[in-house]
Design a protein around this ligand. Structure first.
Ligand SMILES: [Zn+2]
Length: 162
C-alpha cells in the first residue's frame, strides 16, 4: 500500500469536475489490479446489488443467497465486480481506488463478473485484468469518507492506447 504522504501528493493533482467528482490533471499508470477472485468480484443481491452471504448446500453449490435487506433468495448468485486498482503518477506516488461493475466489465472487454467467476483456473481469460497493468489512463474518481477511512471509487477510466 502507498504511504499517505505519497497519496496526498497524488491527490493534490485532482481537479473537481462536478460535485464530489475529481479528475487527475495528468494521465496515471495503472500499476496493478487485485487478481484473486475475492478482491475482484462479490456475490450480489439481484434486487439491490448489496453483497450477499452464500449458503452452501451438501453438493457444495451456492444455490441460496442471503441479502441483509431482501432475505433468502433461491438461484445461483449474480456476481459484480469491485476491483482494487492501484494507480501511480510519473513520480511513483500511488493511490488505490475501487472499480465497480460496469466500468471493469468495459475495460476487460465485456466479460461479466459472473463469467469471470465461472472460469476454471488455468483459463487464460483469468488473466484478463492483467492486461491493464502498466497502461496509461485518464482517471476520474469520487472521494467518500467513512469514519477515518477514505474511499476512492473510479468513475471513469480511459485507457490511452499508444
Ligand atoms: Zn437485496
Amino acid at each position: 500500500m502507498a504511504t499517505s504522504n505519497n497519496e496526498e501528493m497524488l491527490l493534490s493533482e485532482l481537479e473537481q469536475v462536478s460535485d464530489g467528482t475529481y479528475a487527475f490533471t495528468r494521465p496515471l499508470t495503472l500499476v496493478t489490479c487485485a487478481l484473486s477472485p475475492e478482491y475482484v468480484c462479490y456475490p450480489a443481491c439481484k434486487i439491490c446489488n448489496r453483497k450477499v452471504l452464500l449458503e452452501t448446500t451438501k453438493g457444495g453449490h451456492h444455490n441460496v443467497s442471503i441479502c441483509s435487506v431482501h432475505g433468502r433468495q433461491k438461484g445461483t448468485a449474480v456476481y459484480k465486480y469491485a476491483t482494487g486498482l492501484l494507480f501511480a503518477d510519473h513520480k511513483g506516488n500511488e493511490v488505490w481506488a475501487t472499480g465497480f461493475d460496469q466500468l471493469v466489465q468495459e475495460v476487460v472487454g465485456g466479460m461479466t463478473a459472473s463469467d469471470y467467476m465461472s472460469l476454471k483456473s488455468g483459463d487464460e481469460r483469468y488473466q484478463s485484468l492483467n492486461v491493464l497493468r502498466g497502461k496509461q489512463a485518464r482517471v476520474t474518481i469520487r472521494k467518500t469518507t467513512k469514519g477515518d477511512y477514505r474511499n476512492y471509487t473510479v468513475i471513469a477510466l480511459e485507457i490511452i492506447h499508444s
